[in-house]
Structures are given as C-alpha cells and as structure tokens.
Write a protein that binds this ligand. Structure first.
Ligand SMILES: [Zn+2]
Ligand SMILES: [Zn+2]
Length: 211
C-alpha cells in the first residue's frame, strides 16, 4: 500500500499512488510516468537557492527555531554536503523515507541497473525529455542503492549552500552544507547494506549503524 501523502505535498502530481517530488524529472504530459529517483538539475538548483523543500516545493521554515532535514549517506557526511535539497522535517522527510524505494529498503533487493533515459523520451518536441541523456551525472546513484541513510535535523539559521568543484568545473552549486554545521539530531532511517567504507565513515563521523 502507498504511504499517506502529507498535506504539504497536496500540490504535487500523484502517479501510481505516490506524490511526485518537486525535484523529479517529468514529462510535459502528466499522464506519462515521471522519473522517480532521477532529479532535474534545474529543479534541484531552484530548491537549493530559494530554500524550498525538495519534496513539496514550498519554502522551508524561516521562523526562529525552524528546522530542516537532510537525508544523508555516510559518503555525504564525508564530502560535507547533500546534493539533494533539504526537506520539511516533520512530514516531507518521513514521506520520502516511506515512499522512496531507495530509502525504504525495497530497492536493495533488486539488481542495480542503469536506466536508459534516452529510451524514456516521449517524443513531444516541447517536452523537456528531449534533453535527457544517459550522462553519468544522471546516474550518480546507480550502484549506491544499498547505502545506509540518515535523517539529520538542522536549525534553519544554519542553512548554507555548498559551492565547489565538480568534474573539473569551478563554482558549481553542489548542495546544502552538512560539514561545519551542528545537527540537532541524526537518526538512521535506512539500514541498507553498509560497505566497509561506510562502517569506517560511520565511526569517523559518530553515526549510529543501528536504529
Ligand atoms: Zn517527454
Ligand atoms: Zn516539504
């Protein structure tokens, strides 16, 4: 059964019982299946820059005492940022954890396979999908499916973007900073199948490996 869609995500299109996250790539025609799990770079940057939730697309809290959540793998703690936008901690982050097969553990039992995005083009010349390619940055997560995930909660006053080098280009917007920012809590939400490197990172960053 599909998890209940939080009120905050009621503006999102729904496909197969699941709310389509704000950042997901999609076709112009809403009847086509959106690309759950494949982010649209323009949508991601819009959320990051405007402090919008990556799931519902509405603003994160900017009130004193307001919070945001990041869903992080041990590797993300290592590199010091989340390439995914922040989420509303009380509803959008838990929804992502229960709805996304990468996070709810269902994908871990499936063989890793790269998606052929070019084959998913709908043929509408106005649709964004004509630009979809099988470039490596669209496939970043392939092979990383079994990683544990953590929900880390931060104060909204601490929200900072991380800009740096990516594939030889400087000044690229990388995501929301997770290094040099004190989290209010870190909880293991997806046990996954940690690699020995993940174990080492968990030790290094003081992350729990059991819920
Ligand atoms: Zn299309
Ligand atoms: Zn949200």
């Amino acid at each position: 059964m599909s998890p209940r869609i939080p009120k905050r995500m009621k503006g999102c299109p729904v496909h197969g019982g699941l709310a389509v996250p704000e950042v997901a790539a999609r076709h112009l025609d809403p009847d086509y299946r959106p690309l759950f799990g494949i982010n649209h770079p323009g949508r991601v940057n819009n959320c990051l820059i405007n402090r919008l939730c990556g799931n519902c697309g509405t603003p994160l809290s900017s009130r004193p005492g307001g919070k945001y959540a990041l869903l992080l793998r041990p590797a993300d703690f290592g590199r010091g940022y989340s390439s995914e936008p922040a989420l509303h901690p009380s509803d959008c982050a838990p929804y992502a954890v229960s709805a996304c097969p990468l996070l709810n553990g269902r994908l871990a039992s499936y063989p890793t396979r790269r998606r052929d995005l070019e084959a998913e083009r709908c043929g509408d010349p106005e649709c964004d999908c004509r630009l979809w390619t099988n470039a490596p940055d669209h496939q970043e997560r392939a092979g990383a499916d079994a990683s544990p995930f953590y929900a880390a909660i931060y104060r909204q006053e601490d929200y900072r973007l991380c800009v740096g080098e990516k594939r030889g280009r400087q000044g690229v917007l990388l995501g929301v900073a997770a290094a040099g920012v004190e989290s209010l809590s870190v909880k293991l939400v997806t046990k996954g199948d940690p690699s020995s490197l993940d174990f080492a990172r968990a030790l290094l960053f003081g992350l729990p490996l059991s819920g």
